[in-house]
Ligand binder design. Structure first.
Ligand code: FAD
Length: 370
C-alpha cells in the first residue's frame, strides 16, 4: 500500500473516532481497484486496465514488442479478457495501433459484447471490431493463465503447436472454458494479456474506539447506501461512486460509471450541508444522459438517452464525445487546457500522417521508375 493510502487510512480511523462530534461526517469515495485474484495466473501475468499507470504500462509493453518485432514477419498477439466497455475500447484501440502487425483476441464469458450497453453503441462497436479483424471469443471463461515455457517443460499437450516468442519476452497460454455445455475448450497464446474484468472497492478497515466498524457491503464489496447516499445503518457516513451501491426504482444497482459518481457528488455535497444544518436530505435520482464508447483515435459511438434510437458513430461520434467531455469538465480553465491539448495532439497526428503518406507515395513512385 502506498504512503498516501496509508495516510488516508489513518485519517479514516481518526475521522470515525470523531464520529460522536455533532458536525463530523465521513464521505467514502474510494473508487474501485482491478480484481485479478479470481483466476490463477492473472495476478502474475496479466496487466489490469484501470489506472493511468496501467495505461502507461500497456503502452510501454506494446512499444517494446513493436520495436523487437520491427521488420520481422511476426504477429504480436494480444489477448484482452473482458468485453465490457473498457475491454471493447481497448480491443478497438490496440487493433487500430497494431494494424497488420498483430492479432487481437477479446474474450467474454457472455455471448455478446457490452451486454448492458444501448444496442446502437454495441452495433457500432461490433462493426469497428470486425473491420479491425479483432477475434471475438464469446461465451468463454478464462480458466487460467500460464507461461508457455512452463507448458513446454512439462510436455503438457496443447492445441497450440509451436510457440514462437519475441526475444526477451514471455509468451502466455490462456485456457478458455466454454460457458455452455458441449462446446470444446480453447487454448490461446498471447504476448500480452490485458485484464479488464471485475473490480473491488479498496474500502479500508474502520474502527471506532478499538471496536471494528461494520459497513454493510454487497457481494462486489461496495458499501450499500440508502437513497440519501448514507451508508445503511450509519447516518454519519456517506458513500458515492464506484465504492458504493445504490439501487434504482427497478431494483437494479446503478452502474459504476463516472456519470453516476459525478451526479452523486452534487447530492452528497448538498446532503452533507443539510445533515449538519438539520435540514431534510434529498433522495438521489440518477438522470441517465446516455452512453459513449471510444473506438480508437477518431472513432466513437454515442447514444444520448433523450433522443430515442439515435446513435452517432465514427468521426461524428468522436467529435460529439469530445464536446460532451469538455462540457462536463469542472471549470473553463480545465476546458481550455484540455481543448488546447487535444488540438495540439490532432495537429501532430495530422502532420505525421501526412509525412508517412508522402514517404509511401515517394517510395512507391521510385520503385515504379526502377
Ligand atoms: C478504463 C476505464 C474507462 C472508463 N471509462 C468511462 C467512461 O467513458 N465513462 C464513464 O462514465 N465511466 C468510465 N469509467 C468508470 C469511471 O472511471 C468510474 O466509474 C469513476 O471514476 C468512479 O468515480 P469514483 O469517484 O467513485 O472513483 P475514482 O474516480 O476511482 O476515484 C477514487 C479515488 O480514490 C483514491 N483512493 C482509493 N483508496 C484510497 C485511500 N485509501 N486513500 C486515499 N485515496 C484513495 C483513488 O486512488 C482514486 O483517485 C471507466 C473506468 C475505467 C477503468
Amino acid at each position: 500500500m502506498d504512503p498516501m493510502h496509508l495516510l488516508v487510512e489513518e485519517l479514516f480511523i481518526l475521522k470515525v473516532a470523531f464520529i460522536s462530534n455533532m458536525t463530523a461526517r465521513l464521505v467514502l469515495a474510494l473508487g474501485a481497484e482491478a480484481k485479478l485474484e479470481v483466476v490463477p495466473g492473472a495476478v502474475e501475468f496479466a496487466i489490469p486496465f484501470s489506472t493511468l499507470e496501467d495505461a502507461r504500462k500497456v503502452n510501454n509493453r506494446l512499444t517494446i514488442l513493436e520495436r523487437k518485432t520491427f521488420g520481422k514477419d511476426y504477429q504480436i498477439s494480444v489477448a484482452i479478457v473482458g468485453c465490457g466497455y473498457s475491454g471493447v475500447e481497448l480491443a478497438a484501440t490496440v487493433a487500430e495501433r497494431l494494424q497488420n502487425k498483430g492479432v487481437v483476441r477479446a474474450i467474454n464469458v457472455e455471448t455478446t459484447i457490452c451486454p448492458t450497453a444501448p444496442p446502437g453503441n454495441r452495433e457500432a462497436a461490433l462493426k469497428v471490431l470486425s473491420s479491425r479483424k479483432v477475434e471475438l471469443l464469446l461465451g468463454y471463461f478464462v480458466n487460467c493463465i500460464r507461461r508457455a515455457s512452463e507448458l513446454e517443460s512439462t510436455n503438457t499437450p496443447t492445441e497450440v503447436e509451436s510457440v514462437e516468442t519475441v526475444p526477451g519476452f514471455e509468451k502466455y497460454i490462456l485456457e478458455l472454458q466454454p460457458a455452455e455445455r458441449g462446446v470444446q475448450r480453447k487454448i490461446i497464446e498471447a504476448d500480452l494479456v490485458l485484464w479488464t474484468v471485475g473490480s473491488k472497492p479498496p474500502l479500508p478497515h474502520l474502527e471506532y474506539s478499538d471496536v471494528p466498524f461494520v459497513i454493510p457491503l454487497n457481494a462486489r464489496g461496495q458499501a450499500e447506501t440508502d437513497e440519501t447516499l448514507r451508508v445503511k445503518g450509519h447516518p454519519r457516513i456517506f458513500a458515492l461512486g464506484d465504492s458504493s451501491a445504490l439501487r434504482d426504482s427497478t431494483g437494479r444497482i446503478l452502474p459504476a460509471t463516472a456519470q453516476v459518481a459525478f451526479q452523486q457528488a452534487d447530492f452528497t455535497g448538498w446532503n452533507l450541508w443539510a445533515a449538519i444544518n438539520g435540514r431534510p436530505l434529498l433522495p438521489f435520482r440518477f438522470q441517465n444522459l446516455g452512453e459513449m464508447i471510444t473506438l480508437g483515435r477518431s472513432d466513437a459511438a454515442i447514444t444520448p438517452s433523450f433522443i430515442e434510437g439515435l446513435t452517432l458513430e465514427g468521426p461524428v461520434g468522436h467529435t460529439a464525445r469530445k464536446i460532451a467531455y469538455l462540457m462536463r469538465l469542472p471549470t473553463d480553465e480545465h476546458r481550455l487546457k484540455v481543448g488546447i491539448s487535444w488540438l495540439t495532439k490532432s495537429a501532430v497526428e495530422s502532420v505525421s500522417l501526412l509525412q508517412s503518406t508522402l514517404s509511401k507515395v515517394l517510395s512507391d513512385s521510385s520503385a515504379r521508375s526502377d
